[in-house]
Design a protein around this ligand. Structure first.
Ligand SMILES: NC(=O)C1=CN([C@@H]2O[C@H](COP(=O)(O)OP(=O)(O)OC[C@H]3O[C@@H](n4cnc5c(N)ncnc54)[C@H](O)[C@@H]3O)[C@@H](O)[C@H]2O)C=CC1
Ligand SMILES: O=C(O)[C@@H]1CCC=N1
Length: 270
């Protein structure tokens, strides 16, 4: 069978995409090739997904007819572009999709001359199909490339299109955001323990509160301020907690976290 989808870098995000694409039947295992240098990851991916795995990025690039998906760390992009330089143009001009934080379309298109390139920023909830991905289109893309990227990322959650000048901010918010939320869940559970709850119950309460609140906001489209007002009784417990959060700069800390991660994303592309 023809190899249609090539994945370069079979780590956390590469696997998240791979697992859902196969699960959803968007690609058959026999249509997928993955390049990955770590022997332990190679055998794991081969056994779990029954895809072809190789240490050879050039083989992936020449074999994949539809899509080459880049999921390596941004720091190794230049080396990979150099490695692939003389095989570009020898195959069927696949769509290149990059999820590398910070690496701009200009740099990607210089590495893959004349090829259609899409820069994307997914997030780790993609692993369970609850991700959100922002995509921006390169100069050589057409409607069919956009549709392909939509199909691929819809397999792991929601998809939005943004102009490239906003993708670093997307990285700072939804790309890195799962780590901020995880930190919040951990801290809420710690608070519960500090207030006397057993650890397991504190964790269950913290996680369920975050999940339930997100689901409520998502399903009702209620504004977060409106929800906060509904929880906050005059002279009650919640306003006592909120006053403490404001004193500690909770909102400001989150705003500054998104800005710092955005700035770091911009730095990675330099
Ligand atoms: N982890 C996250 O939450 C998100 C990560 N990203 C981006 O996704 C990319 C991958 O991140 P992760 O999956 O977290 O990293 P990871 O470290 O889990 O995966 C990278 C994989 O690439 C492999 N690799 C290293 N050098 C290679 C080479 N020369 N050729 C082929 N494969 C090579 C590594 O062995 C590893 O398995 C990064 O560029 C990151 O900016 C984007 C959105 C979210
Ligand atoms: O921390 C990082 O650089 C990557 C990009 C977004 C999430 N993780």
């Amino acid at each position: 069978m023809t190899i249609k989808f090539g994945l370069i870098g079979g780590g956390v995000m590469g696997e998240a995409l791979l697992s859902r694409l196969i699960d959803r039947g968007i690609y058959q295992p026999s249509e997928v090739i993955v390049s990955e240098p770590q022997p332990s990851r190679q055998s794991y991916l081969e056994q779990k997904y029954a895809v072809t795995v190789t240490p050879d990025n050039r083989l992936v690039f020449t074999a994949a007819t539809e899509v080459v998906f880049l999921a390596v760390k941004p720091q190794v992009f230049s080396a990979i572009a150099q490695e692939l330089a003389d095989v570009i143009g020898t195959n069927s001009s696949p769509l290149v999709i990059s999820i590398l934080a910070g690496v701009p379309l200009g740099q990607l298109e210089a590495g893959f001359p004349q090829l259609p390139v899409i820069r994307a920023m997914p997030n780790t909830p993609a692993t369970v199909g609850a991700g959100i991905t922002a995509i921006c289109l390169g100069a050589y893309t057409h409607a069919n490339h956009y549709q392909k990227a939509q199909e691929i990322f819809a397999a792991v959650g929601e998809v939005v299109e943004v102009p490239e000048n906003l993708i670093d901010a997307v990285t700072g918010l939804s790309g890195s955001g799962p780590a901020y939320v995880a930190l919040m869940v951990e801290a809420l559970a710690d608070g519960g323990v500090a207030a006397g709850l057993p650890r397991a119950i504190a964790y269950q309460l913290a996680l369920s509160t975050v999940l339930g609140t997100a689901t409520l906001l998502h399903e009702t489209k209620l504004h977060p301020a409106e929800l906060k007002d509904r929880v906050t009784s005059p002279g009650g417990t919640t306003i006592a907690g909120i006053a403490q959060l404001e004193k500690a700069g909770f909102r400001s800390a989150l705003i500054e976290a998104v800005i710092a991660a955005t700035v770091r994303s911009l730095e990675l592309g330099k």
